[in-house]
Design a protein around this ligand. Structure first.
Ligand code: FMN
Length: 457
């Protein structure tokens, strides 16, 4: 079989993920793996049509396609999003249509599922037959059991191709809309207060009328001054290179305006609103590039305590995966997500109402310093990164300092009061006579501490 490997890692041949493919290549010499480093070569692929078309030629001749991709900020590297967007922009879906495909990712297994969802939905949109992918921890390949599973996974994929089997489709196609948002009679709150540092970052172009108008309504409706920036005015030379030199230096190797902008505007802000659009199955690639580059902050939630909001043009409800990514980024950033407004209602009057309510909620959250409690996204994510950073503290030096300083190493075994309490409870609950009585009254005991709070409230 001829299998085209689309390597989304910016690290080209040094990609950890690609080494999983190389393992398959060695194990299954009967198959031909044709690799394209789309992540690393994205600039020239976007510029040079011949290069782009030579990849498409290989795809059209192949029996199957493998996305070999690292997870970046809950999705895939922006370089790959640029590549996939180009396929749709230029109407090359037919080259991929009917091809079998799958995805291999490596990551720390934080929001790997949303990266897989992105790849699967995009592949299905191209009409590909997507066989569920393989999500590995970075070094799973070192373990015998994991290698065995990996080989079995690849055999499923090969079998699907050989048998011409039909994998079930998972995602609905997205219905595009040409709705034009026409706000009317929006009052500009004059004499804007300047008590808070509120910034809005957009990536709209002149053609993004709906987004421009939504931003306009928000800025007018806010009683506080909002500084507006456009990503097109900030020099960002490229996507994150994955070189991870920032883990020690807390600074990016790129010499452009990204870091300076982030340090001077995003970090000190009390509130940030991001205004962007949905393109295919992601937020815009430019936006994702900007976001990936904030990785120079490591795993430290440098925007902790900020109020956060999104103004989005595009079908967010039809893309719950994007919403999930935004919510996860909010929770891991320890920010408060005030809301997400979109133009999906297709009713100008209603959209204006929603934006005005959003601006009132924004002001209220700022004034009251409100933080909505986090969910499993934060609780689970925190534990993944806490353990990772602790285990690799010699690598993640800036993260390690931050975690120590902010008491983020909250391992249960370090909670001495709880340990002592549990020690005595264990003795008590194992004492004959007490044990049976305690079991009878278990639910009563469980609510006792809560009742105490209510009594004292
Ligand atoms: C910018 C950036 C963002 C990342 N985001 C995530 C993430 O959201 N979740 C995760 O589990 N790992 C994340 N990682 C870790 C990579 O997925 C992991 O190191 C992967 O194995 C790299 O693969 P590669 O060598 O093929 O590029 C991130 C790494 C970088 C550089």
């Amino acid at each position: 079989m001829d299998l085209v490997v689309l390597n989304g890692s910016p690290k080209s041949d040094d990609s950890i993920t690609l080494h999983y493919v190389k393992y398959l290549e060695k194990k299954y010499p009967q198959h031909n793996f044709i690799k394209h480093h789309v992540g690393n070569k994205i600039k020239s692929i976007l510029k040079d049509k011949k290069k782009f078309e030579s990849i498409l030629n290989d795809v059209s001749r192949s029996d199957g396609v493998i996305w070999s991709v690292p997870v970046y900020t809950c999705t895939v590297p922006s370089q790959l999003i640029f590549f996939i967007d180009r396929i749709f922009d230029e109407g090359y879906e037919d080259v991929f249509e009917g091809k079998y495909c799958t995805a291999i990712t490596t990551s720390a297994k934080f929001y790997d599922h949303t990266a897989h969802n992105y790849l699967k939905a995009s592949s299905e949109d191209m009409g590909m037959k997507y066989v569920d992918g393989f999500s590995a921890m970075m070094y799973d390949l070192l373990e015998d059991d994991k290698r065995k599973d990996f080989r079995k996974f690849s055999e499923i994929f090969f079998r699907y191709i050989k048998d011409r089997a039909k994998p079930p489709k998972e995602f609905f196609s997205v219905q595009d809309s040409d709705f034009s948002y026409e706000p009317r009679d929006v009052r500009n709150v004059s004499k804007k207060k300047k008590d808070y540092d509120i910034i809005l970052i957009s990536d709209h172009t002149d053609e993004d009328e709906n987004l421009k108008r939504m931003i306009g309504v928000f800025v007018k409706s806010m009683k506080y001054k909002v500084k507006v920036f456009n990503l097109h005015d900030i020099e960002v030379k490229g996507g994150c290179l994955g070189c991870v030199r920032c883990v020690n230096t807390a600074s990016c190797v790129y010499k452009d305006q990204h870091e300076d902008f982030y340090e001077k505007n995003i970090k000190p802000a009390d509130a940030v609103v991001y205004a962007t659009k949905i393109k295919n199955r992601s937020l815009s690639a430019r936006w994702e590039q900007f976001y990936d580059r904030s990785f120079y902050n490591g795993h430290c939630p440098r925007t902790m305590g900020q109020q956060l909001g999104y103004i989005i043009s595009g079908p967010l409800k039809q893309n719950p995966n994007i919403k999930e990514i935004l919510k996860s980024r909010n929770e891991m950033g320890l920010t408060n997500l005030v809301g997400i407004v979109t133009d999906e209602a297709e009713d100008s009057h209603l959209i204006t109402d929603l934006i005005q309510q959003f601006s009132r909620d924004f002001s209220w959250s700022l004034e009251n310093d409100f933080m909505r409690p986090y969910t499993c996204r934060r609780e689970g994510g925190h534990k993944i990164f806490r353990d990772l950073i602790y285990e690799m503290k010699f690598v993640f030096t800036q993260d390690h300092k931050f975690y120590k300083k902010h008491d983020l190493y909250d391992f249960p075994q370090n909670k001495y009061k709880t340990r002592i309490k549990n020690f005595f409870l264990k003795i008590l609950l194992n004492t004959p006579g007490i044990k049976e009585k305690a079991q009878e009254k278990m639910t009563e005991y469980m609510i006792m501490p809560l009742e105490e709070v209510i009594d004292n409230a």
